[in-house]
Design a protein. Structure first.
Lengths: 443, 329
């Protein structure tokens, strides 16, 4: 499902950009938008809304989100309550809301959830199409996670995503004889070996780390042309591409700092900040933690980001953790809820939020690529198009609950870890991953 | 206030009846019902039974039911019979978790009781600052498990371990950090060490209470008979301690076998599932993995082990023969 910007769309985008630039002083002045008639959503009388979303990344994430909600309440008179829930709990709460048919009207949950509860969520096509037209179209992952598989029906409104490219120390990579992170596997291996030799080792999580562990395992497989599923959604992990990827890992793993088999999500952040690890993969949080700490300023200066090495893939083999808003059919005030989502996505609200989040969230509507946040620091460039990566969890198949289970059960991470630790041969590990995945994808 | 007619009748009847006889009020049906003992017992038990049913029996029954369905988080399941158990029977990871749960419980229990008993015997002596020492011993038990687990997580960290720091930077005995949690066996032993550390106080304090119930006159008699220290322990302390030892061990085995927090906070079952206990595996499959049915099946499969462990420690250790010698039935 390729995403193509037509020439007409890009023309309109430019025209809108000029129009928007003429607006004086507004925070969203540089975000171009087209004049498109908004869907007609008469708000129900006496409407109240309950919204559920994951806990904040950085403080402004919550502060600005709440301020925008208050603004919505002021303009529309709809009493709106937002609850921030821990990242690991929101999926269960979404499940309960969906099963019992009560609770929050809108859940801004994780990427796959609207696809899992597809029978319980309302269609949002009118809203999504309006937003797409107004803001220069949806990014690849925005569209992928917004639309129901193989249809043009939108069941979610992706709010943003966070992605984990390579974070590296410029000085170390230069010392190893490279200007930037090479895209080819043999060259990347050479870089890592040279780093190890210089006692400035790389490190990627191979422990039970939901974000970082899966990010690395997926990169390894995708960059070798492998995939968990084929287009029809059948388990295809036991392939020669996977075996090649795991064989490559056997050479790559010895260059890592020791202990990565027990790394959790925060481990690489700590090791990088301590100067123990010189190349890893992470969201922008690591960079900002360093930049904002005077004692770590030198490391921050020396840090840069780059997309994960392509390998045989034609674009960066990484995905993004997406925030996806869904409206439950059980909501008594669907128009109010849709108006809320629309309000939050409009540039008067969205741009300050995006900017306040400092790049932790990447936008899903292309026009926000012009947001001031992406020019605030040249090192954020790789995050600008964070949700335009062409890979998703469960690639190349449809988005299902099972692909989510595979990630939560660390099937791919453990496949890699068992090879790295020497417990299993690449062939055995691929077979075991196939056996486990099949269980989740049965019927 | 009595009506005139009533007074009249009273006066009329009075000469026939003996004076001052209190008139027994005719009990209503409600009073009669409450005076009926079986009903009263039933009513008084009702709140307790209700609580037990709602908060113990129902979740347990639901758990057993879920184990026979393919329920996932967010979708009601169908009855699938023994399918979950059949899958688990062929699942290497499940058997790995069974093995480690038994191993973890076995080794940690031996460790806890060895060290706990030793500590209890020490504390039973007259030591300076006895009360303070006893209070300090309880600390690992008082600290919430998650906190101590996080402390151990740091102690075992591959990069920032205090132990590694001491060996590498201070003593210079090693050049690389110790990789506590990076491979299967070191990770398993590290977790057992953390569990023993946490479990000792419970054992030590309980056994200390047991020790203090043993009458000093027995030791005096033994001393007069010329018994050695070992003999006093073997023939007085140990047999008299056995009943409480049985109870404490039963509890300890249950706590250890169903341990969750330490493992989940320190390794999450890693590296490569080598440190999953049945409890952590059940949670991992059921909640983050979303396979509620399978998770419930794993949890239910703990029951036979627990029943066996309980029966073993309770009946075997509490047998009179063990306590009082073969001939003393």
């Amino acid at each position: 499902m390729a995403f193509i910007i037509t020439r007409r769309e890009s023309l309109r985008l430019t025209a809108a950009g000029i129009a928007a630039a003429a607006l004086p002083g507004s925070a969203s002045a540089q975000v171009p938008r087209a004049d498109v008639a908004a869907p007609n959503l008469p708000i129900e009388k006496g409407a109240t809304l309950r919204i559920l979303r994951p806990a904040r990344f950085v403080e402004p994430d919550e502060v600005i989100f709440r301020a925008n909600t208050a603004k919505f309440q002021q303009t529309t008179g709809v009493e709106t309550r937002v609850d921030f829930v821990g990242w690991e709990d929101i999926r269960q709460q979404t499940a309960v809301a969906s099963n019992t048919g009560s609770g929050p009207d809108v859940v801004i949950g994780w990427a796959d959830d609207p696809h899992v509860y597809v029978d319980k969520v309302a269609e949002l096509s009118d809203l999504a199409e309006y937003l797409g037209k107004r803001y220069g179209g949806w990014t690849f992952l925005g569209e992928k996670y917004g639309k129901r598989d193989k249809t043009n029906n939108w069941i979610g409104i992706p709010f943003g995503g966070t992605t984990g490219p390579i974070v590296y120390r410029k000085s170390a990579v230069k010392e190893a004889g490279f200007d930037k992170i090479p895209n080819e596997h043999p060259e990347f291996l050479k870089l890592c070996q040279a780093l190890k030799k210089a006692n400035k080792p790389p490190g990627f999580a191979l422990g039970n780390a939901v974000g970082d562990g899966n990010g690395f395992a997926q990169w390894l497989i995708w960059s070798h042309g492998g995939a968990l599923l084929d287009e029809a959604g059948k388990v295809a992990i036991n392939s020669k591409e996977t075996v090649a990827a795991l064989t490559y890992l056997k050479d790559l793993y010895p260059t890592f700092i020791s202990g990565t088999l027990s790394w959790g999500d925060p481990s690489n952040n700590r090791a990088y900040a301590a100067g123990d690890v010189w190349l890893t993969a992470n969201g922008v949080s690591l960079y900002f933690a360093l930049k904002n700490d005077p004692a770590q300023r030198a490391i921050a200066e020396d840090t840069d980001h780059q997309a994960l090495p392509f390998g045989v893939a034609s674009s960066a083999p990484q995905t993004a953790t997406m925030l996806n808003a869904m409206l439950f059919k059980h909501s008594k005030f669907p128009n109010a809820a849709k108006s809320y989502i629309q309000f939050m996505m409009e540039s008067e609200q969205y741009d300050p939020w995006l900017t306040g989040c400092l790049g932790y969230w990447s936008h899903t509507l292309r026009a926000y690529g012009k947001s001031a946040v992406w020019d605030s620091d040249p090192k954020l460039e790789v995050y600008r198009n964070g949700t335009d990566n062409k890979f998703w969890s469960g690639y190349k198949g449809p988005i299902t609950q099972a692909s989510q289970t595979v990630a939560a059960e660390y099937v791919l991470v453990q496949m890699c870890a068992s090879v790295a630790s020497g417990e299993a041969t690449p062939q055995e590990a691929a077979r075991e991953a196939e056996r486990r995945s099949r269980r989740y994808f049965r019927g | 206030m009595a009506s005139p007619a009533h007074t009249l009748r009273q006066t009329a009847v009075a000469p026939a009846a003996p004076a001052w006889s209190a008139k027994t009020p005719q009990p209503t049906w409600l009073v009669a019902l409450f005076d009926w003992k079986p009903f009263l017992v039933f009513v008084c038990l009702l709140p307790a039974v209700g609580l037990l049913l709602a908060f113990l029996a129902y979740p347990l029954g639901l758990g057993i039911w879920l184990a026979f369905t393919d329920t996932t988080v967010g979708r009601d399941g169908q009855f699938v019979g023994l399918d979950n158990f059949e899958y688990l029977f062929g699942d290497k990871l499940f058997w790995q978790a069974v093995f480690y749960s038994v191993f973890y419980t076995g080794v940690a229990t031996v460790g806890k009781f060895g060290l706990g008993l030793y500590l209890a015997l020490l504390l039973n002596n007259h030591l300076p600052f006895k009360s303070i020492l006893r209070a300090v011993i309880l600390l690992p038990w008082i600290v919430p498990t998650v906190l101590s687990a996080i402390a151990f997580w740091w102690i075992y960290d591959p990069q920032f371990s205090i132990i590694s720091y001491v060996f590498v930077e201070v003593l210079g005995w090693r050049t690389t950090n110790i990789d506590f949690l990076g491979s299967a066996w070191p990770a398993r032993w590290s977790l057992i060490a953390a569990n023993i550390w946490r479990g000792i106080p419970f054992v030590a304090i309980s056994l200390l209470a047991g020790l203090q119930t043993i009458s000093a006159s027995l030791y005096e008699a033994a001393l007069i008979d010329g018994a050695s220290g070992w003999q006093r322990f073997r023939y007085i302390t140990f047999p008299l301690l056995l009943p409480i030892l049985a109870i404490v061990m039963t509890f300890s085995i249950i706590f250890t076998f169903t341990d969750f927090q330490l493992v989940y906070a320190i390794t999450r079952g890693g590296p490569v599932n080598s440190t999953h206990l049945l409890a952590t595996l059940a949670f991992q499959r059921g909640i983050p993995g979303g396979m509620l049915g399978e998770g419930a099946a794993i949890a239910i499969s703990m029951v036979p082990f627990l029943v066996f462990a309980t029966l073993f420690s309770y009946f075997a250790l509490a047998r009179r023969k063990w306590q009082q010698g073969e001939a003393n039935d």
